[in-house]
Design a protein around this ligand. Structure first.
Ligand SMILES: [Mn+2]
Length: 348
């Protein structure tokens, strides 16, 4: 496994100088953040990122994310223009040495939480999803807004998007995803770039918007849309794992044995009785997922893709981007590498 760490570019308060000090850290996961969704990333911006990362002795070979324009997800006539841009981004990233691209196919909203600074008994803070809070929210009136929503959406734009998705069924979403994959996967294969879809977070419909990358049955369907190793998964344990219906050890075992997991996101969540959840520290005992069992099946299947600690809590007085501080993610990385080293040595 190739240990990696997400970094939000030069404005990220978590510096590459700190990330490189995490033992055995290999790759930086990043993106060009100042280009609107659907446009081609300038070669100079990609080269600048690569240089910053490589100057610190780290590897620049995985991108999270190249976002997918809503018109592609909606199957609008304008999608072909955005798909062409997407292909060009794959080519340009491949030229710069990128081997894996993470993306998602969630309508309108990416990850969704109800609070980003929930205080835990030990005084640290985490991200939570409380069902009763979600039920009170209406993104269109905005009287109660979810934290972390893309501020670039104006209320009118949001209304148009909701109307458009209102006319779309889950089957339409599948058709639109298939169309997208049929166009981009041949380019990814030609460029030797593994495409890795991130599951929907959380893995259920929100505000009536359809979500399809949610469970084993749908992952099977997804991989068959274009049955090619370049069409693979970012297996995020904290996203799929916040539904009790998903058996994460089984899912990780199955798809890593098939060689279709290109990127692992490892984090733990505590599932609440009513179906809500709280993000927790990585350690198995802090949440509902058995991290040793998950790493054991990856090891058994010879997993050699990318792996990164996902969201951490905010601890030790750190402030910054919720879920993406340095300290708790570094603890997560150390915990993961500790388990991995143990698995390697017990096997000798
Ligand atoms: Mn994730």
């Amino acid at each position: 496994m190739k240990l990696s760490f997400r970094w939000y570019g030069k404005d990220d308060p978590v510096k590459l100088d700190y990330i490189r000090q995490i033992p055995t850290m290999r790759s930086i996961v990043t993106a060009v953040y100042d280009v609107p969704v659907g446009e081609v990333w300038p070669r100079e911006s990609i080269a600048e990122l690569k240089k910053m990362v490589e100057d610190k002795g780290l590897v620049f070979d995985v991108i999270e994310s190249v976002p997918v324009h809503e018109d592609i997800k909606l199957g609008r006539p304008t999608r072909d223009k955005y798909i062409e841009s997407y292909k060009e981004n794959i080519r340009r990233l491949a030229e710069a040495g990128i081997k894996c691209i993470c993306y998602n196919f969630m309508p309108v909203f990416d990850w969704t939480r109800t609070q980003l600074d929930h205080v835990l008994p030990d005084g640290s803070t985490d991200l939570v999803y409380y069902k009763d809070q979600v039920e009170k929210m209406d993104p269109l009136t905005g009287e109660l807004s979810l934290p972390g929503w893309d501020a670039s959406y104006k209320k009118e734009d949001l209304k148009d998007l909701f109307d458009a998705y209102g006319k779309l069924t889950e089957e339409d979403m599948w058709d639109n995803l298939k169309y997208f994959l049929e166009n981009i996967i041949p380019v990814a294969e030609e460029c030797d770039v593994k495409m890795a879809i991130h599951p929907d977070d959380p893995p259920w419909n929100i505000f009536g918007l359809p979500r399809i990358i949610t469970c084993e049955k749908n992952l099977d369907r997804f991989l068959k849309l274009v049955d090619n190793p370049y069409n693979g998964l970012t297996l995020c344990t904290g996203s799929l794992g916040c539904s009790k219906l998903n058996d994460m050890v089984h899912i990780v075992d199955k798809y890593s044995a098939m060689g279709r997991i290109h990127f692992m996101h490892l984090r733990n969540v505590k599932i609440l009785d009513d179906g809500g959840f709280e993000e927790s520290a990585h350690y198995s005992g802090c949440g509902s997922l058995d991290m040793v069992a998950i790493l054991r099946v990856l090891y058994k299947n010879g997993f050699d893709g990318y792996l990164r600690p996902d969201h951490g809590r905010m601890i030790w007085g750190e402030t910054g981007r919720p879920g993406y501080g340095l300290y708790d993610r570094a603890l997560g990385a150390s915990y993961i590498t500790g388990i991995w080293e143990t698995l390697c040595k017990l096997d000798k």
